[in-house]
Design a protein around this ligand. Sequence first.
Ligand code: ATP
Length: 384
Amino acid sequence: MLPSAILNPEYPWQSPDVEPIVRIDRVTKTFGSVYAVDEVSLTLYPGEFFSLLGASGCGKTTLLRLMAGFEQPTSGRVFLAGQDVTDVPPYHRPVNMMFQSYALFPHMNVASNIAFGLKQERMPRAERRERVWEMMALVQIESLARRRPHQLSGGQRQRVALARALAKHPKILLLDEPLAALDKKLRAQTQFELVNLQERLGITFIIVTHDQEEAMTMSSRIALMHEGRIQQVDPPRRMYEFPLTRYAADFIGLVNLFEGRVISQEDDRVRVHSEQAGGDILARHSEPLLPGMEVTVAVRPEKLLAIPGNRSDNDNSDEPNRIRGVIKEIAYLGDVSIHYVQLTSGYVAKFTQSNVQVLAEQALTWDQSVTLGWDFHSCRLLTQ
Ligand code: ATP
């Protein structure tokens, strides 16, 4: 029988027979009274492009450094490639790390920078030369071999750092904000290059980023961190469409969060009354909820449809998932426009419209009354 990783190569985390490449087992790291990483458990599989995502100070760099061996856990264990490496020093772990600053040696040229780790490992000269050229070819910097770091652009330095980190053929590559020094356009281009490279090499990439778009573009899965803890681990689409907490819904993309109380539940159809939304909301939720329970309903702005004018008096005023308001701001972003709609409760709801036609009449404008509606499958009920 084929191993499940081959049967299901894109989702190894769904295949119970695949051996994890990284296992973090209830790891805590404190600095004085600060819990930088708090009881974190994570399992990663070979060939994943995994992102640690979160706001500044949430503990993602510390978690990466714990994997690299630059930090020792206060409690818990770290397993890499099936081995407990908690007490193993960094240079004996099957990982390499690419630092945010790139940490290139200024007095060495590109080829020597890439060769440095191999030299330390005492790799024979001929083999080393070959490996360095192989790495330079991989990231397309052969023509820069003799240049020093100060003679390179930010993007070129990033490639040198990547080539150096890959030179030892690590099983796992840890990347700390690898694209932070690049401008927006180069970043977008390099994101795809990194993904292509990772797919070609089959190495497990673990990257730290605070940029949700970057994490969404590149990752097989994302771990969202908050205050030292993991909030959710999921592939990008699931993370966006099915956030588990208010924090996750709010961190990734734009969202409307309507607070309310449960009125009733019939199977998986829950009716919520929300003063904030100015009416009732119907949402799906399979777990039982008690009437009166406080919940939040999350609706993404692109799931809302706007109809000019208020609901007429003929409308059934009990109709759920319909809210009224007045457009107060419109942000034109080129591809889409975000409309900010003030509801009677004072809450400002957001909905997006894509700008499909160049010369389209602007159907909706400032100070216009609108009714916003959405399908009950398109919202998410959150209890925490
Ligand atoms: P950023 O995106 O800003 O780099 P981060 O999510 O990577 O943040 P960490 O650098 O892991 O966060 O820091 C987590 C917490 O631990 C922060 O409160 C930070 O101040 C603290 N911290 C990290 N390293 C140390 C250290 N060596 N000594 C003391 N406190 C530390």
